[in-house]
Design a protein around this ligand. Structure first.
Ligand SMILES: [Zn+2]
Ligand SMILES: [Zn+2]
Length: 445
């Protein structure tokens, strides 16, 4: 499961005689420069501080953003939920937040926030890729290393209980297939109905996001923190654009409030409805309601993935953070789908995400500023509906699967340009719930 560590940057490791000093660190001018950091030769101390500072700066911004305005509750302790994939980025985020808390406590201050860490367990989808209980064991390693934080394991099947997914969107127009109701049917959905690796990866990502948002709300957290690096945000940007979901990028890539939309099949006694869509197949009315919003942040947005790999594999003690926590190192794509199909032979078997992963691994190596530019450009896209303080509501236009605002004209354009004009619009739009072009492609192929 784990790749062997590959020390490649010439960091002297425990006990070995250091190589002859070639140059001094350009930042501190004290220690030997052993690493390249954004075209500068630096020592491992300065590199470590750089990583930490980039993250803590963002955490400070979150703290200011969510201070309850006007309630006098500024001193109320903040509580965050962190989505842990068990990969390098989110693991490093846990580590950096723990360091921040320890630092504050050592100064005699209160811990700046409480942290609940949630891993959504999708290993059931790929039984061959991990032995039973291995996720639980891995998480136990995190619990031991970071006892101040709470760790939770949420099974992917818990998504079936959420009404933030409009399950009608999974009804196929031309068949009697119904939305999944149990774990077996969920499994069948992924392997029988979602035809391509891209569709599977896409729906898995969306379900995971729904579960993290739901957990954050259940736990009354002030914000959801995700471990996306600059590199991951750039990958997401291009992958989502390729899927025809570019319109939703500001909500996915920028920091800030995201609408939480519920789709309830029960008719409410006191209608707080914004839209009521009668379904053609039954007399049930489905009510779509915007209940609230959640703050979503990416505290590692200013760091490259390769920097976190160096941090986790070479700098954080012996054994390294990566080997201590059994983290997979992304020398090549190692997403869940990739594990399932270890012997990939052609691009046809890769999801768009994996193609982007490979692309950016190369770009990151040779042109790191390109990666930063892709993410930064997306960051400038404005949230058109409602603005930052008021996220788009589900009242007239949000996708039942990904919750992102619908861009009806844009969806038409995508459909036309990608040659999908024969899609049965009536079915898509009325009986099966409203979804964006990207989700439609994922679900219906
Ligand atoms: Zn230095
Ligand atoms: Zn969608």
């Amino acid at each position: 499961m784990q790749q062997p560590d590959t020390p490649s940057s010439g960091v002297a490791s425990g006990g070995a005689a250091p190589p002859a000093p070639a140059s001094l660190c350009v930042k501190c001018h004290l220690h030997e420069a052993t690493l390249d950091s954004r075209s500068q030769r630096v020592c491992s101390d300065c590199f470590t501080k750089f990583i930490s500072a980039k993250c803590i700066k963002q955490v400070g911004i979150i703290g200011k953003d969510i201070r309850n305005p006007g309630t006098g509750a500024a001193s109320q302790k903040k509580k965050y939920l962190l989505g842990l994939s068990l990969g390098v980025s989110s693991s490093v985020l846990v580590h950096l937040l723990n360091e921040n808390v320890e630092y504050q406590l050592a100064k005699g201050r209160n811990a700046p926030f409480d942290l609940v860490i949630v891993h959504v367990d999708s290993s059931g989808l790929y039984p061959s890729s991990s032995s039973p209980g291995s996720v639980q064991e891995t998480l136990e390693g995190y619990r031991k290393r970071y006892p101040r934080f709470e760790f939770r394991l949420v099974p992917l099947s818990a998504v079936l209980d959420l009404d933030t997914v409009d399950w009608r969107t999974l009804i196929l127009p031309s068949s009697a297939v119904t939305p999944p109701e149990n774990e077996q049917q969920l499994h069948a959905l992924f392997f029988d109905r979602l035809s391509s690796p891209t569709s599977r990866a896409d729906i898995l990502r969306l379900f995971t996001r729904h579960l993290l948002i739901s957990s954050a709300r259940t736990e009354s957290c002030h914000a959801l923190l995700l471990g996306h690096t600059t590199t991951a945000l750039a990958e997401l940007t291009l992958a989502e654009t390729a899927k025809g979901r570019g319109f939703s990028l500001p909500w996915q890539v920028n920091d800030g409030p995201v609408a939480v939309v519920s789709h309830s099949t029960a008719v409410p006694t006191e209608p707080i409805t914004t839209t009521t869509t009668p379904t053609s197949q039954s007399s049930n009315a489905t009510t779509t309601t915007t209940e609230s919003q959640i703050q979503v942040y990416h505290p590692l947005r200013d760091l490259l993935r390769k920097e976190l790999v160096i941090y986790a594999t070479e700098l954080m003690g012996t054994p390294s953070l990566a080997s201590d926590l059994n983290i997979m190192i992304p020398n090549h794509p190692s997403s869940a789908t990739q594990q399932a199909a270890a012997a990939v032979v052609s691009h046809k078997d890769l999801s768009i995400e994996e193609v982007m992963f490979r692309y950016f691994a190369e770009v990151e190596e040779n042109y790191p500023s390109v990666v930063a530019n892709v993410a930064r450009t997306t960051g400038k896209l404005v949230r058109l509906l409602g603005g930052d303080s008021e996220p788009a509501t589900g009242s007239h236009s949000s996708c039942g699967m990904c919750t992102m605002p619908l861009d009806e004209q844009g969806d038409e354009r995508w459909r036309g340009e990608l040659g999908d004009e024969d899609v049965e619009d009536d079915m898509t739009r009325s009986s099966a719930g409203r979804i964006c072009y990207g989700c439609e492609r994922s679900i219906r192929g």
